[in-house]
Design a protein around this ligand. Structure first.
Ligand code: ZN
Length: 407
């Protein structure tokens, strides 16, 4: 049993036209008119594949193919929203490979004991409404439904109102549901598979993440008359911290990545010594103990930088999520599937969050990665070769069929 490559390619092209940008990318923000048109097309295709389609209170779209027995379903899914001037693979590819897997089960007249289905999650990207992964977060019971409805975009428009406006405020309760397994195919969004020439990644989990906020209090003063020897410049201390944060990942080793992504400088004008800087620090690693070591190293980096420049500071470690481990049975099913295809693969950790992270809290979960050209995503240049997509989609199909058990 194999997927139909031409049919998958055709679906990718047709869905990719909705919200297409002139340079080959995609702008289809959650719950916009483009999102509605994309959803309408997907629902039409899902019904065409014989699925019983329902929409839940968060606008998550679910389609089920019956099984031989009354058992919990194997669900495959991802998201159909994009970031502004994003690519046509992030999210959309996972949804279309799920659909293609179901179409292929139909072609082969395969009967399974468990129902097999697909799910399209609302507002995964968090580009329009925060937080990200809100549809799966509510389903997993991690985000209250009312909070999700009250999320507002930058124009003050409520998520709940937009769901209603585009016709996707469904009646199905958005609550944890029994599942045999949840499987998500996604682009890697990093360079590892491409560098190693492997078409498929068997995802073991999602990295642990820690976010810290550092406020440095220097002395704001005139950039002209103030001699260098009496300055306490918050931005100079911040610059040392930026360099130090880069060093932390080298010291701690492993797969640690460390980033300062945001810097707010006060007063941020050419002729004043910066009096205050607020900055973000993002630390990620598959190993929680390395995160703890990195936070200790961060404390030292900040203390030393502040002492050298004679500035005060507050360092808050305000958000930390432990690593998500996918289910061994699902990881094994994915590995068996790709092994039976005879194509190259390796186990890999995800450095980015996905709907699968929330699903892992309520169902045995796993993911299939396909390579990202030059590791790039969230941009119009996002690209995955069709040969790799075909291997990934076949892996998804065979793993889902295996988990759903032949009837
Ligand atoms: Zn995505």
């Amino acid at each position: 049993m194999r997927i139909n490559r031409e049919r998958l390619q055709d679906s990718m092209e047709r869905l990719g036209r909705i919200g297409a940008t002139p340079r080959g990318g995609l702008t289809r923000l959650a719950l916009t008119d483009e999102d509605r048109r994309g959803r309408d097309l997907l629902v039409e295709w899902m019904r065409g594949a014989g699925l019983a389609v329902s929409v839940d209170q968060m606008g998550n779209i679910l389609g089920l193919r019956p099984g031989a027995d009354a058992l919990p379903p194997v669900l495959m899914g991802s998201h159909a929203d994009s970031v502004p001037t994003g690519g046509t693979y992030d999210g959309q590819l996972g949804v279309l490979c799920a659909l293609e897997a179901i179409r292929s089960l139909n072609d082969a007249r395969t009967e399974t004991r468990h129902p097999v289905g697909m799910v399209i999650f609302t507002n995964e990207e968090g580009a329009r409404f925060q937080p990200a992964m809100i549809g799966s977060g509510v389903m997993a019971g991690k985000i209250p439904l009312e909070d999700a409805y009250n999320a507002r975009d930058r124009d003050g428009i409520r998520l709940g109102d937009e769901l209603e406006r585009i016709g996707y405020l469904g009646g199905e309760p958005c609550v944890p549901r029994p599942m045999r397994a949840y499987l998500e195919l996604h682009i890697e969004q990093g360079p590892i598979l491409e560098e190693q020439g492997l078409p498929v990644g068997v995802v073991e989990g999602i990295v642990a993440i820690a976010w810290s906020r550092l406020t440095l209090h220097g002395v704001q003063d005139h950039a002209g008359p103030t001699p260098m020897r009496i300055r306490h410049d918050a931005l100079v201390a911040a610059a040392e911290v930026v360099r130090g944060v880069r060093e932390i990942s080298r010291q701690v080793g492993g797969d640690m990545v460390s980033t300062v992504g945001r810097l707010d400088v006060v007063p941020n004008i050419p002729n004043a010594i910066p009096g205050r800087v607020v900055m973000s620090i993002d630390l990620r690693d598959p190993d929680d103990t390395r995160i703890t070591r990195a936070l200790g190293a961060l404390d030292r980096v900040v203390r030393d930088a502040a002492r050298r420049e004679g500035v005060q500071y507050e360092l808050e470690h305000y958000w930390r999520v432990p690593r998500t481990d996918f289910h061994p049975d699902v990881i094994d099913a994915v590995e068996r599937a790709v092994g039976s295809l005879g194509c190259g693969h390796r186990r890999i950790f995800s450095g980015a969050g996905h709907d699968a992270q929330y699903m892992a809290a309520i169902a045995p979960t796993g993911m299939v990665f396909v390579p990202s050209k030059a590791g790039r995503s969230h941009c119009e240049e996002e690209f995955t070769a069709l040969d790799d997509i075909e291997h990934g989609a076949n892996t998804l199909l065979l793993a889902a069929a295996d988990l759903a058990q032949p009837a």
